[in-house]
Ligand binder design. Structure first.
Ligand SMILES: Nc1nc2c(ncn2[C@@H]2O[C@H](COP(=O)(O)OP(=O)(O)OP(=O)(O)O)[C@@H](O)[C@H]2O)c(=O)[nH]1
Ligand SMILES: [Mg+2]
Length: 293
């Protein structure tokens, strides 16, 4: 017998969805930062066994969209409701509600199995933990509750074993050696964006999109050229920094990560370009893989 299905991780921003996805996969597929809205796409991560295939989806944190990019991010979340065989609804310790009522109702009335993952319990004590388990058991009575720490790997295996039990009987959906649905360039873009989220303040990272124009694999080196797109001239200056120092740091750190990811030497060329208001421009969003409609 072979089991396979879609297991989709949803929840508020910053609760640890991507950290869990990477823990299941055992590789850094999704970028992780302490800032909200780190993940902008639906990213598949596939875990294969002899008699199972778990197709995980990491999704953007649920927010009330304020502009077109965020609307498209929420469309990815909606799609994750539609094809799930198992829903992983993640909350973090101390959290008391899912901000979007409509999404929350969908979870409460879901006819498919819901595992409610109470994450970051490494930051809590026994009393708080018990109180929170009780709270969520009342709020989402259709869910099975698992207190976990995605960061420390606590209870991650137990959740995975339960997922396997819940999966329907099915042939695999993807070739058994496939790890994700995204192309190599996507991971280049994301690695660079992670460094930008880490090093720049306020609105700047949210106005940034990356486009890898060249990805050329030679025998012993991969040559990449990526554009960092911003919305305004002032942001361009901030990204580059004094004598180019800020941009240089992004380049060095991204290259190191990419060499690890691809297991090969990397040459990464970065430049910065203004693309006015790309976040609200449907055509531009489509070009960057957001607007799927
Ligand atoms: N203490 C603790 N921190 C965690 C845990 N899991 C994740 N984090 C931290 O929480 C922050 C957010 O983690 P992400 O995995 O990026 O969260 P996310 O839900 O994917 O966030 P968005 O993509 O922005 O919606 C990071 O700083 C993580 O290191 C955990 O189990 N314990
Ligand atoms: Mg994420």
């Amino acid at each position: 017998m072979h089991k396979a299905g879609f297991v989709n991780i949803i929840g508020n921003p910053n609760v640890g969805k991507s950290t869990l996805m990477n823990a299941f996969i055992g590789e850094k597929l999704s970028i992780i930062t302490s800032k909200a809205q780190t993940t902008r796409h639906r990213i598949l991560g596939i875990v294969n066994g002899d008699d199972f295939q778990v197709v995980l989806s990491d999704t953007p944190g649920i927010i009330k969209p304020a502009y077109e990019l965020q609307e498209s991010m929420m469309d990815f979340v909606k799609s994750a409701f539609e094809d799930a065989d198992v829903l992983l609804y993640m909350v973090e310790i101390g959290e008391r509600e899912l901000k979007d009522e409509a999404f929350f109702k969908k979870i409460q009335s879901s006819s498919i199995p819901v595992l409610l993952l109470l994450n970051k319990i490494d930051k809590s004590d026994q009393g708080q933990l018990e109180e929170q388990v009780q709270l969520w058991a009342e709020k989402v009575s259709n869910a099975e509750i698992y207190p976990i720490s995605a960061l420390e790997g606590f209870q991650v295996k137990e959740v995975f074993d339960r997922i396997i039990e819940l999966l329907p009987e099915s042939p695999p959906f993807y070739p058994k050696d496939q790890l994700t649905d995204k192309p190599e360039r996507f991971f280049v873009n994301e690695t660079i964006r992670e460094k930008i989220l880490l090093h720049y303040k306020k609105e700047v990272p949210y106005a940034v999109e990356i486009d890898t124009e060249e990805f050329f694999e030679d025998e012993d080196i991969i040559r990449m050229r990526s554009v960092i797109m911003v919305e305004r001239d002032t942001q361009k200056g901030i990204i580059i920094g004094h004598k180019g120092s800020a941009l240089k740091r992004v380049g060095i750190e991204a290259r190191k990560d990419l060499e690890k990811f691809f297991g090969k030497q990397v040459h990464l060329e970065l430049y910065v370009k203004v693309n006015k208001n790309w976040r609200t421009n449907q055509k531009q969003l489509k070009r960057f893989g957001y607007n799927q409609k």
